[in-house]
Design a protein around this ligand. Structure first.
Ligand code: BGC
Length: 445
């Protein structure tokens, strides 16, 4: 598709001149150098047999900790405006840990790439626990330490990555670290992360930082049918994935009485949680088809869903799937953004797509190009429909440690040979570089 004459005849429409183009990664998935930081809950989890499908660990991963200069050169060659990476809390807790991010920020700025750090992307220090309220205050202290060191050069911040997935997969279903299977008893984990977010926003602002967002994962929920039981189950799933994490932030309230199930002085906490945001980050991968419970365990996208859940996830038929088995539905992105705009109106700040991408094998990754092309057009349709979208970040720069899937799923624009650490840009890397050049040329008029 990179040289596809049809694409040349129908270019992706122009995005605004100041639109922010970037790529994303996370610390635990790329850094390696695990012996040069304190352990995280993910180190403990991967050490347990059977937790990670290929039995691998992230001890070395992409060895980015030692190869950051090469990776910054790849970012600069790609021509992105910004790089979203995460700061590892266990590394910051270790002597000299902040030095690494200090150097990385300088290198990025010298390469003309804006650093956009995420303060938490799931690698909680092993001695902490989101079931405990105190973890939220500890997070704010850590945020202060990071902004104290980097705040003179970092101008855009993300507090948390996907508290929904960290709650659901890590604490309700147990397929991610820390491997707890608490089902609905995991709700305090959501509340404490949201509180941590609010306290961190306050800490960042107190240190003079502005331009703060969060990266929440969201997607349309499609009912399996118009039967009342399916509609009810889909609405419930929509609460769990979307509203439970968006509404405390945007509206200062929990949906559907869920606040009553949360620990602590919830109404006081909601004031902190709803500290106004400068922008709202959305990670979008696919919609979910949801129906009434089927009374059996269901395997979906590598996850076993217990029979006792009040919904069941179904296949979306008639669409392509990635190598991970995830449906490819670009129009879901337009639908998600217009739904959020309609639901939250002017309570929704400008949006940035903080992750969007797909796992495919191979260097000539035409399927990834088609995925990105389709999603950029879908994003543009949301702009045309009046949604205030300000940026788009591809997940991910590099093939990396894909959590419970190990190294089996490749999301990178750049291929990584994990035996030699050789980086090889894929066809999608060249395609995106050319698209960004074309976008800038059109923006210049
Ligand atoms: C996460 C990433 C992950 C990606 C693909 C997102 O949910 O933020 O860490 O690699 O999805 O699964």
């Amino acid at each position: 598709m990179a040289n596809d004459p049809r694409a040349a005849a129908h270019p992706i429409p122009p995005f605004p001149a100041d639109f922010l183009w970037g790529v994303s990664t996370s610390a635990h998935q790329i850094e390696g150098a695990a012996d040069e930081r304190e352990p995280s809950v993910w180190d403990a989890f991967t050490a347990e047999p059977g937790r990670v499908k290929d039995g691998s660990t992230a001890a070395v991963a992409c060895d980015h900790y030692h190869r950051h200069a090469e990776d910054v050169a790849l970012l600069s060659g790609l021509g992105v405006d910004a790089y979203r990476f995460s700061v590892s809390w266990p590394r910051v807790n270790s002597p000299g840990g902040l030095d690494f991010y200090d150097r990385l920020v300088d290198e990025l700025l010298s390469a003309g790439v804006r650093p956009v750090p995420t303060l938490f992307h799931w690698d909680l220090p092993a001695d902490l626990d989101w079931l405990k309220r105190d973890t939220a205050s500890r997070f704010a202290e850590y945020a202060s330490a990071v902004v104290g060191r980097l705040g003179d050069r970092v101008k855009k911040w993300i507090t948390l990555n996907e508290p929904a997935e960290h709650t659901l997969l890590g604490h309700a279903l147990g397929t991610h670290a820390p491997g707890k299977q608490l089902l609905f008893d995991a709700l305090p984990v959501a509340h404490h992360q949201l509180l941590a977010h609010g306290l961190a926003v306050q800490a960042l602002r107190a240190a003079g930082a502005g331009d703060i967002g969060i990266a929440n994962s969201h997607g349309p929920t499609w009912p399996a049918s118009q039967e009342p039981a399916d509609l009810e189950a889909a609405a419930f799933y929509d609460v769990l994935l979307n509203r439970l994490f968006a509404e405390p932030l945007l509206l200062g309230e929990y949906p559907q009485g869920l606040g009553e199930l949360m620990p602590g002085d919830v109404s006081a906490d909601l004031k902190v949680i709803s500290e106004p945001l400068d922008w709202y980050g959305i990670n979008y991968y696919a919609p979910t088809r949801v129906g009434a419970p089927q009374g059996t365990e269901i395997e979906f996208g590598g996850i076993t869903m217990p029979a006792e859940l009040p919904f069941s996830v179904r296949e979306i038929e008639g669409v392509p799937v990635t190598d991970f088995g995830w449906p490819v539905v670009p129009e879901g992105l337009t639908e998600l953004l217009t739904t959020f705009r309609d639901r939250y109106g002017d309570r929704l700040p400008p949006v940035i797509i903080t992750e969007n991408g797909c796992s495919y094998e191979g260097l000539d990754d035409q399927a990834r190009i088609a995925y990105l092309d389709g999603h950029l057009r879908a994003l543009h349709r949301a702009l045309e429909a009046g949604v205030d979208v300000r940026g788009y970040f591809v997940w991910s720069l590099l093939d990396n440690f894909e959590w419970a899937e190990g190294y089996a799923r490749r999301f990178g624009l750049v291929h990584v040979d994990f035996a030699t650490q050789t980086r090889t840009p894929k066809a999608s890397y060249a395609w995106l570089r050319n698209e960004l050049r074309a976008q800038r040329a059109r923006a210049r008029g």
